[in-house]
Design a protein around this ligand. Structure first.
Ligand SMILES: *Cc1c(COP(=O)(O)O)cnc(C)c1O
Length: 332
């Protein structure tokens, strides 16, 4: 596959086309745009789409999932780990429910592969998506796992490549790069669970201590070891990113894939994060290439940036206090 997006599309279209009498799909409100926007498209084009909601920690209600699956549910597509918050869904358990109800499970595991252990030989997952550049392979390569016995219609129709599952000549250098990246990810996997997680936890703890009115979005423990999504009340995420960038720190507001738009994150909105906090959200992701010095650098520079922005924010407490004291006039 050329990327994670193609793999997600191939999985869902491949199952829908192979089961044309089934017109219903189940997915969630927090999927990556590669699934989320495809769901929106399908809903406008004759399919029935059920989007499952999440609670304030970003978790699904499995009873709701059970109730949502119908006779005509062709596919259930639920991500493994969320790309904005790192929240991990209980996908194996979800697979048992899907099997019992007689449907097929696809999981977008782009964020999970390489960071947490996955074993597809003993698994309830039927189709699984992964993407190269999320695990240090080159950009422009992804993969779709399809379990033996699953009837699948190719998304790209052409020659007999990939056992008739995807037409087009294979991109061999990228495929080799992806294979090598997977090998290295496996070798360093335990480091993600220990050293990288400790770095992430330290960054989180210190930033929460130094910047008041801050929250971590997403389940405290059912989360990837490398991701933190922070909401700073009364400031703009885009402004934080600009000032962080001046210090050479790369972060993202919402998902990198939607940062071109100023729409607030659909993931945080689905979790019911208050409006004033959604806008001031950023995501920091670490990897095995990060050091304690990197984390200390962020802890040193991020809280002063938040203070500086709050001093000039029309929404902040500081500004409100000044307004009440009559020092500045209210212009809102
Ligand atoms: C990045 C990402 C994708 C898309 O992968 P691309 O290779 O960039 O197309 C899909 N799903 C999730 C969860 C992602 O994080």
């Amino acid at each position: 596959m050329s990327c994670g997006t193609e793999s997600d599309n191939a999985a869902i279209w491949g199952i829908l086309h192979a089961n044309p009498h089934k017109r219903h799909i189940v997915t969630t409100r927090v999927e990556h745009p590669a699934v989320y926007n495809l769901g929106k498209y399908l809903a406008l084009n004759g399919y029935h789409v059920t989007e499952l909601g999440v609670d304030s920690s970003g978790m699904l209600n499995l009873q709701e999932l059970t109730d949502a699956i119908r006779e005509d549910t062709a596919i259930v597509s639920i991500m493994y780990a969320n790309n904005e918050t790192g929240v991990i869904f209980p996908v194996e358990e979800i697979g048992h429910i899907v099997k019992e109800k007689g449907s097929i499970l696809h999981t977008d595991a782009v964020q999970a592969v390489g960071k947490i252990p996955l074993n597809l030989s003993k698994s309830t997952i039927d189709l699984l998506t992964l993407s190269g550049h999320k695990l240090h392979a080159p950009k422009g390569v992804g993969a779709l796992f399809i379990r033996k016995g699953i009837t699948f219609t190719p998304f790209i129709i052409g020659g007999h490549q990939e056992k008739n599952r995807r037409g087009g000549t294979e991109n061999v250098p990228s495929i080799i790069g992806l294979g090598k990246a997977c090998e290295l990810a496996k070798k360093y996997m335990s480091e993600e669970q220990t050293r990288v997680k400790q770095l992430r936890d330290k960054a989180e703890d210190e930033i929460l201590k130094k910047a008041p009115d801050t929250r971590v979005n997403g389940h405290k423990t059912k989360r990837l070891p490398n991701t933190t999504n922070l909401s700073f009340e009364f400031v703009e995420g885009e402004a934080i990113l600009l000032l962080l960038n001046e210090k050479g720190i790369c972060a993202s507001s919402g998902s990198a894939c939607t940062s071109g738009s100023l729409e607030p994150s659909h993931v945080l909105r689905a979790m019911g994060v208050p409006f004033t906090a959604v806008h001031g959200s950023i995501r920091l992701s670490l990897s095995r290439y990060n050091t304690i010095e990197d984390v200390d650098y962020v802890i040193e520079h991020l809280p002063p940036i938040i203070r500086r922005l709050r001093e000039i924010s029309p929404y902040s407490k500081e500004t409100k206090v000044k307004e009440q004291a009559g020092k500045i006039s209210a212009r809102v």
